[in-house]
Design a protein around this ligand. Structure first.
Ligand code: FES
Length: 161
């Protein structure tokens, strides 16, 4: 069995080539996990096992890196990722209230996915438009000066998409 076929998950040829290219280089784990997340949207257990086998690195080390950096997602995100900024400006202007209201509306806490897999909610650091605080980002769309009572209408747009 060739190395690319180890495990159940199938990596694209370009991902496989990238991993083999980075296999021996310092700092390779972050680069490789980044690429895996780009391809799948998250790092599944199958993907982590496969990477571990491909680069001869213990699975525990891979999870050590994947869990250390907030950037990496270990569970499949919802179709729409709702990011609520919790940077200082947004926090002071009501970011926490937005998260709480989303929790009530969608029944999920930050880091969780709705049962219908339509939404996941994340609390993120400053997204760089503090003048619009509190800020929420859904996919490519940025919402500024968001009030909790605007959330049902905003969410409905994505539910119907
Ligand atoms: S703190 Fe939220 S955009 Fe900067």
């Amino acid at each position: 069995m060739s190395v690319e076929n180890v495990g159940e998950i199938k990596f694209s040829d370009s991902l496989t080539a990238f991993i083999m290219d980075w296999k021996e280089k310092p700092g390779n784990l972050i680069m490789i996990l980044h690429k895996v997340q780009q391809e799948f949207g998250f790092i599944s257990r199958e993907a982590a096992v496969k990477v571990s086998e491909m680069i001869n690195t213990p699975l525990a080390k891979i999870y050590g890196v994947a869990t250390f950096y907030h950037f990496f997602k270990l569970t499949k995100p919802g179709k729409n990722i709702i990011q609520v900024c919790m940077g200082t400006a947004c926090y002071l202007k009501g970011g926490q209230e937005l998260l709480e209201e989303l929790g009530t509306l969608l029944g999920v806490a930050p880091g969780e996915v709705t049962d219908d897999e339509l939404f996941s909610v994340e609390s993120v650091r400053c997204v760089g438009c503090c003048g619009l605080a509190p800020v929420m980002v859904i996919g490519e769309d940025v919402y500024g000066k968001v009030l909790p009572d605007q959330l049902p209408e905003i969410i409905a747009k994505y539910r119907d998409k």
